[in-house]
Ligand binder design. Sequence first.
Ligand code: HEM
Length: 274
Amino acid sequence: MTDSAATTRSRPLIDPRKALSFAGALWFVSAAIGQLAFVIHIAAQYYVSTFRGDFERMDEGVIYGFISGDLLGNALFLSHVLLAFWITASGPLQFIPQVRNRFRTFHRWNGRFYLTVALLTSSGALILSYLRPHFGSLALLFVNTADGVLIIAFGCLALRAALKRRFDDHKRWALRLFIVVSGVWFFRLGYGFYFFITAGEMPGSHNLSGPADIAVASTWIVALAGLELYLSAQRRPSGGLKMAAAAMTIAAAGAVLVSSYFAAHMFWLPTPAA
Ligand code: HEM
């Protein structure tokens, strides 16, 4: 057997490195589509209501929304839902390589904006969560609090790595930040997925207090674990690990699309008039 024949034989059919980055790009495109549906809902529900001065309409689909006489709580709620638009719209733009490489100044300014909005939204949301009686179980409050605290922590770590010009670290922290910032979106997707796999039965889900509600609220933790696996497969030389992580990421991309479809029907699309 000649050397070249041996090389051809040992070369894998699919390059694991390329498979992994293809899977990552596929996941990202699915997430961008799902987040687009969420951001359109935020604009249609909260911006349209604000411009019309129709604050009652904003209470549809939330637990408390506006409470008569609660000036601070209402201000925090309004700023939270209005900032939610900007954070959801600006985040995905940071991860498009063509935008990052060709429009560096835009990437830097959008990054500063994203980070500032992330810190403002999460600290405001934490205050709002403890200012008002908590809804659902204590476990739900804990999961949401952890999400808010991690947004602040990952945001600071992404900024620190960028200032020290450690760009590989910066990218990793920015990806983790993106996952935790998307915690609320994952929460809705979790319900969409649960609805899909239980054909609408959704056992264990009641008033945000059932075991299924806590599991669904923790969807962002599963996503964060998936990201860690992806990042570790990227760093390690093992082709098998890269292929396994690529398969997991492609499955996750499919789950994101299916869940976004059902979440859109459950939460984001206007309900037809009776
Ligand atoms: C940073 C990313 C976040 C985004 C994009 C976001 C988005 C939203 C949106 C759109 C709503 C209105 C409900 C809806 O239409 O779905 C909302 C409500 C709310 N969010 Fe967030 N949120 C984020 C983070 C958080 C965090 C980390 C917490 C908790 C610490 C939190 C606590 C709340 C609370 C308490 C409400 C009001 C619910 C009510 O009055 O019933 N949010 N959020």
